[in-house]
Design a binder for this molecule. Structure first.
Ligand SMILES: NC(=O)c1ccc[n+]([C@@H]2O[C@H](COP(=O)([O-])OP(=O)(O)OC[C@H]3O[C@@H](n4cnc5c(N)ncnc54)[C@H](O)[C@@H]3O)[C@@H](O)[C@H]2O)c1
Length: 255
């Protein structure tokens, strides 16, 4: 029960990593609010997880300021305080060479993956500052460290999350609030199925095998692998860790 008595908000809460992390948080004693743009999916996720603990759902677009203000209000009403923010909602964008990327598609990815991370912190950090405690975990990617042909908007957005995380960590430290980022390699879930098809239309399985070869441990991460790292960073075991970038990538970015 490493999160006993704590409260957590998880954005992208009905997605692969978000839902698995919510399950682990609930098992470890936290009450959770799942936030997701997909109303049906987020309500279904909360319903499926309710046997593990206290869990609420709210539909909101993390890139929309009014929506973020609304979910933060819901969190305060339902949870009372916010000990943990897992700023995790994200989109992969379209797979195309950069000279063919549409401006609108670039803006969409940046809005969700960067503006969304900024807005979550902008509205939750004041609450954590008042509490003089809290842990924020922002989801970046190995794509925050390395380039990847065909996904410039995604790579750009995940590099940006590092700058946002470091700056927020420095501003939040005087309040004993910690901010870190995580950097998964490909994870075995919907987002990779979409990217595999984008990289190799009609040959997704071949794309997967090729990608697995670029990972020294020769496999994708699983949602549960990522959830365990998020639990560690959310918990008091990580009390002296802030402003850090945690790769969880089977060695992929060690090259
Ligand atoms: N799957 C991977 O291989 C991988 C690797 C590295 C990093 N990541 C990152 O992990 C995070 C979680 O992704 P995932 O792998 O669980 O994929 P996923 O697609 O299963 O989950 C993403 C979730 O975010 C939600 N979402 C999208 N736009 C939103 C918005 N505007 N507002 C609120 N919610 C929104 C989606 O509805 C979905 O539930 C993302 O930030 C992603 O970039 C994923």
């Amino acid at each position: 029960m490493r999160l006993k008595g704590k409260t957590a908000v998880i954005t992208g809460g009905s997605g692969g990593i978000g839902k698995e992390t919510a399950k682990l948080f609930l098992e470890e004693g936290a009450a959770c609010l799942l936030v997701d743009v997909d109303q049906e999916a987020v309500e279904k996720a909360a319903e499926e997880l309710k046997s593990f603990g206290t869990v609420y759902a709210v539909q909101a677009d993390v890139s929309n300021d009014d929506d973020v203000v609304r979910w933060v209000k819901t969190a305060e009403e339902k949870l009372g305080r916010i000990d943990i923010l897992f700023n995790n909602a994200g989109v992969e964008g379209k797979v195309k060479p950069l000279i063919e990327q549409e401006v609108e598609d670039f803006d969409f990815v940046m809005n969700v993956n960067v503006r969304g991370v900024f807005l979550g912190m902008k509205h939750v950090l004041p609450i954590m500052y008042k509490q003089e405690s809290g842990s924020v975990i922002n989801t970046s990617s190995v794509a925050g460290f390395i380039g990847s042909p065909g996904v410039l908007p995604y790579v750009t957005s995940k590099h940006a999350v590092i700058g946002a995380t470091k700056t927020a960590a420095l501003e939040a430290a005087p309040y004993q609030v910690r901010v870190n980022s995580i950097h998964p390699s490909p994870v075995n879930n919907r987002m990779m199925r979409s990217l595999e098809e984008g990289f190799s239309p009609g040959k997704a399985e071949e794309a997967r095998q090729g990608l697995e070869q670029t990972i020294p441990l020769h496999r994708y991460g699983e949602n549960a692998d990522i959830a365990k790292l998020v639990l560690f960073l959310a918990s008091d075991d990580a009390a002296f860790i802030t402003g850090a970038q945690y790769r969880i990538d089977g060695g992929m970015a060690a090259n």
